[in-house]
Write a protein that binds this ligand. Structure first.
Ligand SMILES: NC(=O)c1ccc[n+]([C@@H]2O[C@H](COP(=O)([O-])OP(=O)(O)OC[C@H]3O[C@@H](n4cnc5c(N)ncnc54)[C@H](O)[C@@H]3O)[C@@H](O)[C@H]2O)c1
Length: 331
């Protein structure tokens, strides 16, 4: 299956196939030079698929985890590439989850004012979300994704087979984003997720999720309108992550808690059932008052207002601008 995403700078294909990584020579130019950027926890069997078939001029493995999305690691990696005399015609391969995609993509977007990069997402979250849409970033000392650009990849290769080695917890983390897509734009997908055994449907669900993201980012690539609906669950989600210093919750788990804050009462019980099905959290002890200061730090907050995404009926999200949000969000 091939989905083409249209973007202002360049259109790019997303190839989704079980086993696509066993046939990379059909999709990649084997005469070019490549750099692998990947965290040190990505299984070797995935990396080897590239090492054996491509001209790899450098392999960079960095410590896994969110803390690697930092300016200091960005700086040391980009300097190591430049100091190795690697030239602008190189292609960066981002092989891994969202952390790898965001960091490697940000490196590619700034190295020599931009080199080609290819997203090879290996977590469910990265396959359905972070590898599509071109947002790449590192975190500032205090604010997640505060330093970044929108820089579309040249190609995205999605192989659902590699999810077999992903831990259950990280798989469910990606399911939180899939649940989000269903809540903001597909009632039929929400019903499928709630009622069916998803194992046999996984490839189709990945394709459906990518189509939802494609539609939204094509309509609003630069995040000034409808793309903000993808932030559903993220206002409180980012605050939960930051409150617990990124130690208690994975991103999707925090988003699960965040989504529960902004759905109408009539869909809350179905959402709770769905979150439980994928072992996602449905409650947390921290008081809303303690989360507000993290919401103020969120890069989406303006001086006097914040846009909140709400879901009244399954499949329909809307944006609400809230003033005095420090008091309004406590209600
Ligand atoms: N750019 C965007 O549009 C966007 C969207 C959503 C999230 N994000 C970002 O994504 C990041 C989270 O991404 P993530 O959840 O993929 O985390 P991650 O990249 O840290 O990956 C999770 C863990 O899974 C391991 N892993 C990856 N693939 C594997 C595989 N196939 N088998 C075994 N282990 C594997 C990794 O080594 C890591 O330990 C956050 O930084 C978030 O801000 C970005």
């Amino acid at each position: 299956m091939k989905i083409t995403v249209k973007s202002k700078n360049r259109d790019y294909d997303v190839i989704i196939n079980n086993g696509v990584l066993d046939n990379i020579e059909f999709y990649l130019d084997i005469t070019r030079n490549y750099i692998i950027v990947s965290d040190d926890n990505i299984p070797e069997y995935i990396i080897n698929k590239f090492l054996t078939k491509l001209n790899i001029v450098k392999t960079i493995r960095f410590p896994e985890g969110e803390t690697s999305k930092s300016l200091s690691l960005y700086s040391s990696i980009i300097n190591s590439i430049i100091n190795a005399n690697i030239t602008k015609d190189v292609v960066v391969l981002a092989i891994g989850g969202g952390v790898t995609g965001d960091l490697a993509g940000f490196i590619a977007s700034t190295l020599y004012r931009g080199v080609d990069y290819i997203q090879v997402p290996t977590t469910l979250l990265a396959q359905i979300d972070s590898s599509i849409g071109g947002k790449v970033a590192v975190n500032s000392d205090k604010v997640k994704n505060a330093i970044g650009t929108i820089y579309p990849p040249k190609l995205v290769l999605v192989d659902p087979n590699v999810l077999s080695s992903l831990s259950k917890r990280h798989f469910n983390n990606g399911m939180a984003e899939m649940i989000k897509y269903s809540l903001i734009s597909s009632k039929s997908m929400f019903c499928k997720l709630l009622k069916d055994d998803i194992n046999s449907l996984l490839e189709d669900l990945i394709i459906e999720s990518i189509k939802i993201k494609k539609q939204i980012v094509e309509e609003d690539e630069f995040d000034v309108g409808v793309r903000q609906t993808l932030n559903f669950g993220h206002t409180f989600g980012h605050a939960y992550e930051a409150y617990y210093e990124y130690k208690k919750y994975l991103h999707g788990e925090a988003v699960a808690l965040g989504m529960l804050q902004f759905v109408s009462e009539k869909i809350k019980s179905d959402l709770i059932a769905l979150l439980k099905k994928f072992s996602l959290p449905i409650e947390d002890q921290v008081k809303k008052e303690d989360l507000i200061k993290f919401i103020k730090n969120d890069k989406k907050a303006k001086m006097d207002s914040i846009n909140i995404i709400k879901v009244k009926s399954i499949g329909e999200a809307y944006i609400e601008k809230i003033y005095n949000y420090e008091t309004e969000l406590l209600k």
